[in-house]
Design a binder for this molecule. Structure first.
Ligand code: GCU
Length: 646
């Protein structure tokens, strides 16, 4: 039990030596990754012989796929690479652990994305931007001399769910990460991860040539700057031959970029792409850009990037946040998806709960991830969901997906035991975006707690509803960004800083007044609806056909507007906030009823977190309803709990 907090979903029990001697694990290949696969099975597989076989005919473009078959009492894993064998081994162990049948197998798996990556927003001083699980796992001060055992545990957890790439440092990047002494530290991490099939990427600061290299500028069209990046890339590949490439946040929220020199995002990205290309490295260029201006923030990335379609080198991928604002509890998908048919695009999700209660709230994010991945964009005839577009882009050999990690040095890794499920779900959906949120939740629960159905059934239900609950008690019906300034935890719809950036003020987003509430993004307002492809733009633009979950995202709606259920908008808001509170209280009851099925430590930890969440839900409800009531001038329906001024 003592170790439980640090074992994540990898709660396999070791096979006794005597038992191990009775079965054979054989592998036709010897390399560090294949050795990991063999070692994991040696230690934990208890159901007969296994042969791991390198299949030279396996399709080249899907190196991580595998086939598992039971043949004459033996299990055979075939794959085209050692990483495929490793994923096959973890698949077997997962089946065994969750109590599935493992003697009649015939399974073929190929991943949805080539690159399944975590983005760490970890700073070199050990803090983590928007991290709620303690300090960074990377001990920069001790590296390269000391190798924390957690580096390998971390890599193993990632490999077990198919994650094969990690960006180590914050997108708000310190230029120092590219200094030679840091590259030596990065090398140690890359060496620790390599046997688990994981490649390392770095976030870079676009001004590095000027800051580190003492050049007069960092203009991407200055040949000396391009040379500096080329030399830097060569220096990195010299010590990390499988280095992945650079993630870049440029000309966004004060970060430097090519526009500082009158150049475009494409100029900047292509200059880096040229430096990385000889080594097969990639540039992941972020599309998260917006500036204080008269233009709706939700429209700006599209305006800036769509004209650049087709101008990026083929080793550049545009990394786009799931929604057009910023990881809100609910956003419609980002209209950039599908609007640049000649540019490789990838989704960036946020696993860390910056806008979803930090590591205090139980919010299972698979439904949020799926909502974006499954969103139909109507931008082409086939494969035009966000998943389809990002999996089958202009470069069929290159597809990627990223999640901003929620991992820190907390003993339970993620701050909340249930936040581990979001790391897990991100990995599993990156591997197979067709999996259901429910099946992933069940798998995670069975691995992490127990395969006991009397535990899995109620907890999977709770998990599945938890994101909707958070939307209800925070920002129902399309409301967004009404958080307290800067920390993004509690409510502050009234927030205002005289002279502050309007696009960082909650009123910019909710627009409550005596007539109604919501952001008019139709033709009478910012017309952001026009960035969506037909028939979505028409659907979102008309009040009658706009899905109610996005109502206040696209419309400024009168308080007395009659919703589909016949109640007024105001009453619906009141009911939604109350429902969110009730949902959290329901989770508390379910959890309390499971006391004897969960170890005492985790039971108490989660119970304590749920208390915070329930209190916060009431806080959100009361703060938002009492504030909006100053505009609506309407009563809270008498059947509901009445909010209290605090
Ligand atoms: C959010 C977040 C920042 C982060 C930024 C980004 O705005 O609050 O901390 O740097 O996203 O994704 O670049």
């Amino acid at each position: 039990q003592a170790e439980d907090g640090s074992r994540l979903w990898l709660r396999y029990t070791k096979v006794a030596d005597r038992e191990a001697a009775l079965r054979k694990i054989h592998c036709s290949l010897r390399d560090p990754v294949a050795n990991t696969a063999v070692q994991e099975l040696q230690h934990y597989w208890r159901k007969g012989d296994v042969a791991l076989v390198l299949d030279k005919k396996w399709p080249k473009y899907q190196p991580d796929g595998y086939r598992i078959r039971s043949v004459a009492g033996k299990t055979i894993i075939r794959a085209g690479s050692s990483t495929g064998l490793l994923y096959g081994a973890y698949h077997l162990l997962r089946l065994q652990q969750i109590g599935n049948e493992v003697t009649q197998l015939d399974i073929v798996e190929t991943p949805s994305y080539h690159l399944r990556m975590l983005n760490h927003w970890d700073n070199l001083d050990g803090t983590v931007e928007r991290g709620y699980a303690g300090y960074s796992l990377w001990k920069w001060d001790e590296l390269p001399a000391i190798k924390s055992p957690r580096y390998v545990e971390y890599a193993r957890a990632n490999a077990s769910i198919g994650i094969n790439a990690v960006v180590l440092n914050n997108v708000n990047a310190s230029p120092l990460i590219l200094r030679q002494d840091y590259i030596e530290k990065v090398k140690v991490l890359a060496d620790s991860f390599r046997p688990y099939g994981i490649r390392v990427f770095l976030s870079i600061n676009f001004s590095a040539p000027a800051i580190l290299g003492n050049l007069p500028d960092s203009d991407p069209l200055n040949p000396a700057v391009a040379r500096w990046w080329k030399d830097k890339a060569d220096a990195i590949y010299k010590v990390i031959p499988d280095f992945g490439g650079f993630l870049v946040k440029a000309n966004s929220e004060g970060q430097p970029g090519p526009q500082d020199y009158g150049r475009t995002h494409a100029d900047g990205a292509n200059m880096l792409a040229a430096a990385l290309k000889p080594h097969k490295g990639l540039v992941l260029w972020r599309a998260f850009v917006y500036n204080p201006s008269a233009e709706d923030r939700a429209k700006q990335a599209y305006q800036e990037f769509v004209p650049l379609d087709g101008k990026f080198e083929d080793n550049v991928i545009l990394q786009i946040k799931n929604g057009p604002i910023d990881f809100q509890p609910r956003e419609p998908f980002n209209p950039l998806f599908g609007a640049m048919p000649n540019t490789s695009q990838m989704v960036e999700f946020q696993i860390t709960q910056e806008y979803l209660g930090f590591s205090n709230h139980l919010v299972y994010l698979a439904p949020l991830f799926k909502e974006t991945l499954d969103a139909e964009t109507y931008t082409r005839k086939e494969a035009s969901t966000v998943a389809g577009l990002t999996q089958k882009g202009p470069n069929p050999r290159l597809s990627a997906i990223a999640g901003v990690a929620n991992i820190g040095e907390d003993r339970n890794w993620c701050g909340h035991h249930f936040a581990q499920a979001n790391w897990y779900a991100f990995g599993r959906l990156a591997w197979n975006s067709g999996l259901s949120s429910d099946s992933v939740a069940r798998e995670w629960l069975a691995s992490t707690f127990s395969p006991d159905m009397t535990l899995i059934a109620p907890l999977s239900k709770v998990m599945l509803e938890s994101r909707e609950a958070a939307v209800n008690y925070m920002m129902p019906l399309g409301l967004h960004h009404i958080f307290a300034f800067e920390h993004h935890y509690g409510p502050e719809p009234w927030g205002d800083i005289p002279g502050g950036r309007p696009d960082w003020m909650p009123w910019y987003y909710h627009n409550a007044d005596s007539l109604g509430i919501g952001f008019d993004r139709t033709a009478s307002g910012s017309n952001a609806v026009a960035q969506y492809h037909s028939p979505l733009k028409e659907q979102f633009a008309a009040l009658s056909s706009c899905p109610e979950k996005y109502l206040l995202w696209f419309h400024h709606v009168p308080w007395n507007y009659s919703m589909k259920n016949g109640r007024s908008l105001w009453d619906n808001l009141c009911y939604a906030y109350q429902e969110g509170v009730d949902q959290v209280r329901y989770v508390q009851r379910v959890w309390d009823g499971l006391e004897h099925k969960v170890d005492a430590e985790r039971f108490k930890d989660v119970q304590a977190k749920l208390k915070i969440q329930a209190k916060d839900a009431v806080w959100w409800r009361d703060a938002c309803l009492l504030y909006f009531q100053t505009y609506s001038k309407r009563p809270i329906p008498p059947t509901l709990e009445q909010p209290v001024h605090r």
